[in-house]
Design a protein around this ligand. Structure first.
Ligand code: FAD
Length: 325
């Protein structure tokens, strides 16, 4: 049998979560003796499908059909369904990012499959897959099992390790969508891309976030300076976003983005449960806050009690020295 991975991509490159899932599928397949398959859809998908062999895929489905040029749930669901029919996976994985969050429930409903979303770890117990899923805004972790086959999950980005495992060029299988324009209820007409030199928030290895403690919008200049020294992405609490200091695309938390970087530096953020829901699975959390009782210190690996306007400049200076700048 197979483990099938939906590989999302953007501007000719795989989203990091796609490579994370392929790597995890390869690690599992080594234990179960299954084959790893990939499905890549949209413009440029043939060239990308060929690359999936570097991460263990033996077979890759692709479709560059004109109907897939702009994203629509109906056309994409149709092609992924065809890949599932042919691959007959025991496990199907899709990234828990905006594209995955749109596709997965529609697919699950169409195929009458149970689905577990936002999975952060996969274990094998005999022949069963056991999935770890955070609940109650990250306060608890549950272990869950899919009762339908294939087991169908969406995977949180940045929690699984990327590991190359070159098995050569995969067998390529072209798929054709069978949807007419009448079937499509909503179509992406235009994509407005916010260009940034910094890493994408959900894929970043280091994030520096600012909250209401910055006191003013200009405070983000200091956050950005620290982020640049570290090659980090910039995030914000909802209080900072609601104040209009940063757009909503920067918001980390329950009603913002869920991130899992190796290092999360929270500056002037109190650590409300809704903020923790978005960054609680970070590997190391550093909190800078002038209130020693701030709840963020309960989850922080390292805490600095002090005024961020005094602490961050020193941090920047020391980091520059350490880098020899
Ligand atoms: C349904 C719902 C959804 C929500 N979703 C989100 C979400 O997605 N993301 C999110 O972040 N919040 C969310 N919230 C809001 C959340 O409850 C908090 O209000 C918010 O996270 C607080 O932001 P903050 O920590 O920046 O501000 P505050 O809680 O006001 O904390 C500011 C902190 O800065 C410290 N500080 C002040 N000055 C300095 C200084 N000079 N130096 C160092 N420290 C200083 C203070 O001690 C304080 O701890 C949501 C709330 C609800 C009800």
């Amino acid at each position: 049998m197979s483990i099938l991975v939906y590989c999302d991509h953007f501007e000719g490159k795989f989203r990091k979560v796609s490579l994370e899932m392929l790597s995890e599928a390869s690690r599992i397949a080594e234990k179960t003796g299954d084959e790893v398959h990939a499905v890549v859809i949209g413009p440029g998908s043939k060239a990308l499908a060929e690359q999936t062999g570097k991460y263990g895929a033996k077979k890759a489905y692709y479709s560059e059909d004109a109907a897939l040029e702009n994203y629509s749930t109906e056309a994409y669901v149709d092609v992924v369904e065809k890949a599932i029919d042919d691959s007959e996976p025991k496990l199907f994985m899709i990234g828990h990012n905006p594209r995955g969050r749109d596709l997965a429930p529609r697919l699950a409903q169409k195929l009458e499959l149970g689905m577990i979303s936002d999975v952060t770890a996969i274990e094998l117990e005999g022949d069963d897959f056991i999935f770890t899923k955070p609940i109650y805004a990250g306060k608890c972790l549950t272990k869950q099992k899919c009762l339908t086959e294939p087991a169908f999950i969406s995977v949180r980005p940045n929690v699984l390790a990327v590991e190359e495992k070159d098995v050569g060029t995969p067998e390529l299988v072209e798929l054709k969508p069978e949807v007419s324009l009448d079937d499509i209820r909503a179509l992406v007409k235009e994509l407005v891309i916010q260009k940034s030199e910094r890493p994408e928030l959900t894929e970043a290895d280091i994030i520096v976030s600012g909250g209401r403690g910055l006191g003013k919008p200009e405070g983000f200049q200091l956050i950005e300076e620290l982020a640049d020294v570290l090659g980090a992405a910039v995030g914000a609490s909802r209080a900072a976003v609601d104040a209009g200091w940063k757009p909503h695309s920067f918001q980390v938390g329950q009603t913002g983005k869920v991130v899992s970087p190796t290092l999360y530096i929270a500056c002037g953020i109190s650590g409300a449960i809704q903020h923790l829901a978005g960054m609680g699975s970070s590997k190391y959390i550093v909190a800078i806050n002038k209130d020693p009782e701030a709840p963020i210190f309960n989850v922080a690996s390292y805490g600095i009690v002090g005024d961020l306007y005094k602490v961050i400049p020193v941090l920047i200076e020391e980091l520059k020295k350490a880098k020899g700048e």
